[in-house]
Design a protein around this ligand. Structure first.
Ligand SMILES: Cc1cc2nc3c(=O)[nH]c(=O)nc-3n(C[C@H](O)[C@H](O)[C@H](O)COP(=O)(O)OP(=O)(O)OC[C@H]3O[C@@H](n4cnc5c(N)ncnc54)[C@H](O)[C@@H]3O)c2cc1C
Length: 376
């Protein structure tokens, strides 16, 4: 384990790993979520005055990584405490903070996050879900796709656009939409993933919301949105590193005992070296994740942006390769239900696609870090 971590962080890892190990890959999501919430792990990044742990994304990413490493990743941590609670804590009104943060911190409330749209995809400038005023209320209309956990979330933080009264241009804003709001429809998407959380296509058909459903200020929407997106990338890195570690550990155990010639298969370098490489890549990705979390927690949003993107990229790639090699190490058993690795082939791809794809991160680094021209 990294020596860059404080004793508190190491203790947190050990405690979360012990809890997650008791649940293991056959976990019941709701039970683990409730237990982790009660122990303060889900709100470890939130302000103490609202029942949180007073820590940051560094601590929250440890919780997600360790639960994933034991085969029971809490995917909703990427959205509920990391994006939604962060945005509410930093920009929400006093009432929104009082109403949501204690529940998000102890896990009794969950919030999903919806930005992706069918016709916009990676180009979030093209989102068309709009919010217009009707007296004091807001009316939201539009569509979202691939939104995780809407059925188990009390509300979804929806990214919509409002019209600037002065310029007429559309600016992004965040709205809290309760799960059962009239006009808020959802349809589960038939995914190949075997996961505890489902993805939904959402329809918003003149969903009427009170004035205080708007998070923070109408004019600071973009700033608020970005405040949530860095934690999202850092947490996706933690999700990927946890899954990669889980797969790698299964493969290493197997390679130490499975013997078909004179020695265990792990003695063959064709098996050992790719596993060693996977371990190195996961450790490197964790280093970048720690850098991103440290920058973000120190309040350096701009510096954290590059590091969070790079961490998400590195972790996604390391996870896909670790899972691929783990499955291969088990031979035929890599694809049996009993060993539980085959299903990770699809699951590991999530970290390469979401919340921002590998190519969009390479675009970001090409343009922002290297100053290369844009093709789009
Ligand atoms: C399991 C899962 C959970 C998800 N959960 C959520 C959620 O909770 N909330 C939410 O809002 N969204 C969620 N998403 C959506 C996710 O963020 C999107 O799938 C992702 O942003 C990519 O968008 P897209 O699927 O429309 O792909 P597209 O944008 O259509 O991209 C398709 C391919 O084209 C490539 N591409 C596109 N533009 C360029 C370019 N300019 N240069 C190079 N390549 C390019 C992409 O990299 C990708 O490989 C989830 C997705 C998955 C799979």
């Amino acid at each position: 384990m990294s020596t860059l971590e404080s004793q508190d962080h190491k203790d947190l890892r050990t405690a979360v790993a012990a809890l997650a190990r008791r649940h293991g890959p056959g976990y019941d999501r709701a039970t683990l979520w409730a237990e982790a919430g009660k122990l303060g792990y889900l709100g470890v990044n939130l302000p103490e005055e609202y029942g949180g742990g007073g820590g940051g994304i560094a601590e929250l990413s440890i919780v997600l990584e360790e639960s994933g490493a034991e085969g029971c990743p809490l995917l909703m941590m990427i959205v509920s405490p990391a994006i939604c609670a962060t945005v509410i804590a930093r920009f929400g009104t006093a009432e929104q903070r009082r109403g949501w943060l204690p529940g998000l911190a102890d896990g009794s409330l969950t919030m999903a996050f919806g930005i992706t749209e069918p016709d916009a995809g990676s180009n979030s400038h093209r989102i068309t879900t709009t919010a217009r005023r009707d007296g004091d209320d807001w009316l939201l209309t539009g569509r979202k796709v691939f939104v995780s956990g809407v059925d188990i979330a009390d509300a979804t933080l929806i990214v919509a656009r409002t019209e600037d009264a002065r310029t007429g241009s559309l600016k992004p804003c965040l709205f809290i939409v309760p799960r059962d709001a009239p006009g808020f429809g959802r349809r589960a998407i038939d995914m190949e993933l075997q996961a505890e959380e489902r993805q939904f296509e959402l329809t918003l058909d003149d969903v009427r919301l009170p004035a205080d459903a708007l998070v923070g200020s109408e004019d600071a929407g973009l700033l608020q949105l970005f405040a949530g997106l860095n934690p999202e990338r850092i947490m996706t890195a933690a999700f990927a590193i946890g899954m990669g570690r889980h797969a790698l550990a299964r493969a290493v155990d197997y390679a130490k005992t499975r013997q078909v010639w004179k020695t265990p298969i792990g003695a063959h370098q064709a098996i050992a070296h790719p596993l060693a490489q996977a371990h190195i890549e996961l450790e490197l990705a964790r280093l970048m994740m720690q850098k991103a979390a440290a920058l973000y927690d120190a309040g350096d949003d701009a510096g954290a942006g590059e590091a969070a993107n790079m961490a998400k990229y590195a972790a996604g790639e390391a996870c896909v390769r670790a899972v691929d090699q783990a499955v291969h190490t088990l031979g035929g058993n890599g694809l049996t239900r009993e060993y539980g690795l085959g299903k990770l082939i699809a699951a590991s791809r999530v970290a390469r696609i979401a919340p921002v794809s590998r190519e969009m991160i390479l675009n970001y680094v090409s343009h922002q870090s290297l100053g290369l021209p844009k093709s789009y």
